[in-house]
Design a protein around this ligand. Structure first.
Ligand code: CMP
Length: 138
């Protein structure tokens, strides 16, 4: 069990003015911010980040959306980080997300679902390394 996960506050939630509320919910839940930045993915960055979904019908829609505006990328630390963070954000589809979860409160739709959370310890490390250089992690 690793104690690190990676998150992005996605373009919809940044555009809708939810950065502060989402970060507050994350830190109130006991996650420590190890790295964080406001940035924007290029189309190529988004294609690479979501390569695992390349065969899915929504891939290009996902790539276009994720590169459409600024995001907040962050590395978070907590015991059992990956699993606890996925509980905090709720189901991929906000219509199915539990009451009080970040996606239930802030997401627009299954595609524009406010936040990303790593799905495994292995992917948390890969995703963190994709976005941050060693000197940006504390
Ligand atoms: P996330 O779990 O961060 O990473 C994969 C993303 O694909 C997921 O969030 C959704 O935003 C997106 N996604 C999953 N299913 C669909 C779908 N049916 N239509 C559009 N986007 C989707």
């Amino acid at each position: 069990m690793s104690n690190i996960t990676f998150t992005m506050i996605k373009p919809d939630a940044v555009q809708d003015g939810h950065i502060g509320a989402i970060l507050n919910q994350i830190t109130e839940a006991g996650f420590k911010i190890k790295a964080m930045k406001l940035t924007q993915l290029t189309v190529d960055d988004a294609k690479k980040f979501y390569e695992i979904h390349a065969e899915r019908p929504f891939y290009m829609e996902l790539v276009e959306f994720m590169s459409s505006g600024p995001i907040v990328a962050a590395i978070l630390e907590k015991d059992n980080a990956v699993e606890d963070f996925r509980k905090l954000i709720g189901a991929t589809n906000p219509a199915e997300a539990a009451e009080g979860t970040i996606r239930q409160k802030f997401a627009r739709s299954i595609g524009e679902n406010a936040v990303h959370g790593s799905d495994s310890d292995e992917n948390a490390k890969i995703e963190a390394d994709f976005h941050f250089a060693g000197r940006e992690v504390f």
